[in-house]
Design a protein around this ligand. Structure first.
Ligand code: ATP
Ligand code: MG
Length: 363
């Protein structure tokens, strides 16, 4: 029986090569029991490969994976309490939607009535109750994906692995399903690892997120840690828009650092215990929605060079002494700046994401 407390999955130094290609390089992280953990990154960064390593479909070339304190290789796949939903929803083509979902329960020899009850419950969950008798080739891609999801959760696995399970759904259904997956996961306490390249999806459902790039683990954290404390330029840019500036540390005092950027912009930012050195390069970034218009004490002069009206939000392209900056402001019915206007903008020092080094160090 699997405990509900503590580490469920531990990856240590995992590597996987396909010929000369390192699909996964030296990845280590831990997933707690009951956690909703996402693997996020651009296409080809190794998400599916990593999930398949965890599922035991691939064997790692180096490193170890521990599942409930046992090395992964020790138990055959079928004996494990893991369910995987593939990126391409592989249903049994000769079985109806109902029978596809019932398959795992029949293998476990549950009583007929129990199987019927649980299958119907799972079908309701993914809104497929009306399609029980349909064969997979009579279902749309999104409907097949929902059957695949129902087939995975119906066995109540202790580890659920989802490889982009919502990618074939339309935007509205995807939103609803996100919420439902999350609710179900909470209710049943299923430890879940979701693979996605969709930032909003990862942010909406995850307790923690691992950001991958070219087979490497860039950062693990909660959505707000990744957004407000990105450890690299890549993560800063991957989880949202950023205004990126690079410069040089010119002063360190009382927990604050001054970074002089080109074009005479001096940014004073909290030092946050990072290894700053006077004269060394540093970079800083500021989220467009953290810029404020108006004449606050620390405001600087800016020229509006472009305005994009998006309804609830307006995006301004600004020029601050030659430095291009983007500002996203809420449209609350105020008079909006127009192209060519001279305005003042400010920001809170604690909203600046700043780190020592060159922004390209993680390239
Ligand atoms: N069976 C394979 N043989 C050879 N190379 C592979 C194989 N599977 C994956 N790769 C390569 O390994 C890298 C990682 O692939 P992977 O499928 O894990 O990426 P992914 O992050 O899931 O991408 P996507 O978001 O497009 O699904 C890619 O460069 C891919 O071409
Ligand atoms: Mg993939």
């Amino acid at each position: 029986m699997i405990g509900t407390e503590g580490k469920m999955l531990e990856l240590d130094g995992i590597r996987k090569f396909f010929g000369p290609v390192a699909a996964v390089s030296d990845i280590s992280f831990t997933v707690e029991a009951g956690e909703f953990f996402s693997l996020l990154g651009p296409s080809g960064c190794g998400k599916t490969t990593l999930l398949r390593l965890i599922a035991g479909i691939y064997r790692a070339d180096a490193g170890s994976i521990m599942l409930n304190g046992m090395p992964l290789g020790d138990k055959p796949m079928s004996a494990r309490d893991t369910a995987l939903v593939f990126q391409s929803y592989a249903l049994f083509p000769h079985l109806s939607a109902f029978d596809n979902i019932a398959f795992g329960l029949r293998m476990r020899r549950l009583p007929r009535a129990e199987i019927a009850r649980r299958v119907h419950e799972a079908m309701e969950l993914v809104r497929m109750s009306a399609y029980a008798a349909r064969m997979p080739n009579e279902l749309s891609g999104g409907q097949q994906q929902r059957v695949a999801l129902a087939r995975a959760v119906v066995v109540r696995p202790s580890l659920l692995l989802l490889d982009e399970p919502l990618s074939n759904l339309d935007a509205k259904l995807r939103d609803e399903m996100r919420g439902e997956i999350r609710d179900l996961q909470r209710r049943l306490g299923i430890t879940t690892i979701l693979v996605t390249h969709d930032l909003q999806e990862a942010f909406a459902v995850s307790d923690r997120i691992a950001v991958l790039r070219s087979g490497r683990l860039m950062q693990v954290g909660t959505a707000s840690e990744l957004y407000d404390r990105p450890a690299s330029r890549f993560v800063a840019g991957f989880v949202g828009h950023v205004n990126l500036v690079s410069g040089k540390v010119t002063e360190i005092r009382n927990g604050a650092v001054t970074i002089s950027c080109r074009d005479n912009l001096d940014l004073e930012v909290p030092s946050r215990g990072l290894p700053w050195t006077v004269g060394a390069p540093a970079w800083a970034s500021l989220r467009p929605e953290r810029l404020r218009l108006g004449s606050a004490a620390a405001a600087v002069d800016a020229k509006v060079v472009g305005v994009t009206y998006l309804g609830s939000q307006v995006t301004l392209r600004l020029d601050i002494g030659g430095l291009p900056l983007r500002a996203d402001i809420q449209n609350v019915g105020q008079t909006l700046p127009a192209s060519g206007d001279a305005i003042r903008v400010s920001w809170a020092p604690e909203d600046v994401i700043a780190r020592p080094g060159s922004p390209d160090d993680d390239e």
